[in-house]
Structures are given as C-alpha cells and as structure tokens.
Design a protein around this ligand. Structure first.
Ligand SMILES: Nc1ncnc2c1ncn2[C@@H]1O[C@H](COP(=O)(O)OP(=O)(O)OP(=O)(O)O)[C@@H](O)[C@H]1O
Length: 317
C-alpha cells in the first residue's frame, strides 16, 4: 500500500537536545495510526515538521509523495491539523474563521461558506456558527478544532491529543466522527495520552521514546507481549495442582494460595481452556475463573521505562 507519510532518518536538534534522533516511519494510506510516547518524546516536533512549523535538521519527510519542505504548499494542502493548543483568532465568529482558512487554501468564497457550514454540522456545533471562539465551552472548542482541520477536506488528518480534557460522552462522539472519516478513506495520525483511545481506534501504533521509534505494531500485538493473570477459584484447597509451567511454555508462574490459583501466562485467553481441562482431569472443582489481561499501558510503560520511569500515560476511567 502507498504511504501517506514516509519518513527516513529524520533528525531534529535544538542545541544539544536531540528531539528526533533518526526516525524511520511509514504510515500507510487510509490507516488509523497512533503515535505514542512519554512527555518530551518528540511527538509535537514530529508533527510540526510535517506541517512546516519546524525545520528538520536532517533526513526526509514526505506526505503523499511531496517533500514537506521542497513541496511545502502541495504537502500542506493535503494535511488537516487539529493541534493541542487553541491557536485561534478568538474574537471572530467561528464560521468566519473557517471561511478565511478555506480561502487561504484557495477555496472560492461561496464554496468556503458551504464547506464551513458542512464541517460545523459534522462536528455538531452548527448552531454556534456566529459565536466568537472564546465564548464556546471547552468541549465546543475541541469540536471546533476538528472542524477547522476538516475545512480543507484533507487526505491526512493529524490529531494531537484531540480529546484532551473532554468528558467521556464528547470523547465518544469525537471518536465516532473520526472513525467515520477514516472509514471514508482519510488517513489519520493521532497522538494521545489516553491508552483506551489508542486501543479502540488505531490499526497500528508507533512508540516514540527519546526521539527514536522503538516499536511499530498493532495494539493487539503489543498487548500479546505482556502477560495475563488467569485467576481460578477452586471449591476445595488442593495440596497441589498440575505443573502448568512444565507443560506449557506460555506459562510463566503458578501461585496457589488456599483455594485461589493464579497462573501468569502469555496469551492467557488461549491458555485458560487448557488450565480448566487439566484441573478438571485432576479432580478439582472450579467455582470461578477470571482472566485479567495485560493492558497496553503496562506494555507501554515497560517499553519506555529504561531506568528512568518517566513514562506517563493516563488510563481512561
Ligand atoms: N523550541 C524548542 N526549543 C528547545 N527545545 C525544544 C523545543 N521544542 C521542543 N524541545 C525539546 O525537544 C524534546 C521533544 O519535545 P516535543 O515537544 O516534541 O515532545 P512531545 O513528545 O510532544 O512531548 P509532550 O507529550 O509533552 O507534548 C523535548 O526535550 C523538548 O524539551
């Protein structure tokens, strides 16, 4: 599949700080791609290079085949960016902000009005079209940032923490809008601190740490690398249970405490039926069984820890 974003040996230094230290990355066209990393990993620098706000120190960055510096105009016209900060002319009615932006990208005036109305409807704030930006609620401001990113009908939508600080309901509404865009073919690059967001939305995630990509995989693949706990409640406390670790490579440990048996294993969902069968054959009666899956957050923290323990990702409550 063709690449929406193709990055080779990308570097960016701010004095002695290497914000990006040789990044290689391909984001396939049409994908929903997550860029995860602890604070200071280089995510914003990466995005800012793509949209021409920061000049790279070395390497290449292409968007749909256009070099982000040499073919800046072409590349920029294909990207819609919803940044984390509200960098908006706050005194203007929001529909005017959208029309001006469309005009800046070469959209004729009448069509600009139509498009502005359409994107405001799409994000659910059409009735606020004549309101100044600074009079919108926090949630409406987030919706507006998405509308502004969509006004040029971009092929690549970059969302930098699109749901930061919004309530659960709005987060879910924004997700639906974004999923719908992706279904219709828009490539999405998302950075997020909400692990649930990455798990729910992304086909693939890249983990960036200290300016380097340390992994590219699907959320499921990453979660499979962690271990799950199979927690079994037995009717009677046995003297011993079958030696699961000896017979199954995926099992890492077995702990028996009275009637409670905890088996820690990779791919717990696949190991559990074998455990049930072995216990049954050994004559133990099961009262309850629960699998607590490793979370993407645990895998992420483990991967980015490297002695510093500074990875901070939030779990959606
Ligand atoms: N204009 C700048 N001048 C100097 N250093 C900078 C500048 N912008 C970013 N940095 C440094 O580059 C590194 C990467 O920063 P960046 O903002 O890209 O990280 P991030 O992954 O977006 O972090 P966060 O999740 O906190 O937003 C950090 O060490 C940061 O201090």
């Amino acid at each position: 599949m063709a690449s929406a974003i193709e990055i080779r040996d990308l570097t960016k230094s701010y004095g002695d700080v290497k914000a990006l230290d040789g990044v290689d990355l391909d984001v396939p066209e049409g994908s929903f791609f997550g860029l995860l990393g602890p604070n200071g990993a280089g995510k914003t620098t990466f995005i800012n290079i793509l949209v021409g706000l920061v000049r790279k120190s070395g390497g290449t960055a292409n968007v749909f085949g256009y070099d982000v510096e040499d073919d800046y105009r072409e590349a920029r016209d294909l990207i819609g960016l919803a940044p984390q900060e509200f960098n908006v002319d706050k005194f203007f009615p929001i529909i005017e902000i959208l029309q001006t932006k469309a005009g800046y990208h070469g959209v004729p005036r009448d069509e600009a009005r139509e498009r502005a109305e359409e994107v405001l409807k799409r994000v659910g704030i059409y009735d606020k079209r004549d309101t100044r930006f600074d009079w919108l609620s926090g949630g409406m401001k987030r919706r507006f940032m998405l509308a502004r990113a969509l006004i040029t009908d971009p092929d690549l939508l970059i969302l930098d923490e699109p749901t930061a600080g919004v309530d659960v309901q709005l987060r879910h509404e924004l997700w639906e809008t974004i999923i719908d865009l992706n279904d219709k073919g828009t490539t999405i690059l998302l950075t997020t601190h909400y692990i649930e967001e990455a798990e729910r939305l992304c086909d693939e995630v890249a983990i960036l740490d200290s300016g380097r990509i340390i992994e590219v995989a699907s959320p499921e693949e990453l979660m499979d690398r962690g271990t799950d706990d199979i927690v079994v409640q037995l009717r009677d406390a046995p003297a011993a249970v079958p030696d699961f670790a000896a017979t199954d490579d995926r099992v890492e440990s077995v702990e028996l405490d009275g009637t409670r048996l905890v088996i820690t294993a990779q791919q717990g969902g696949l190991v559990a039926p074998d455990v049930v069968q072995a216990l049954d054959e050994a004559g133990h009666e099961l009262v309850d069984l629960e699998i607590s899956r490793t979370s993407l957050e645990e895998v992420f923290v483990e991967m980015t820890r490297q002695g510093e323990g500074r990875a901070t990702m939030e779990v959606d409550q």
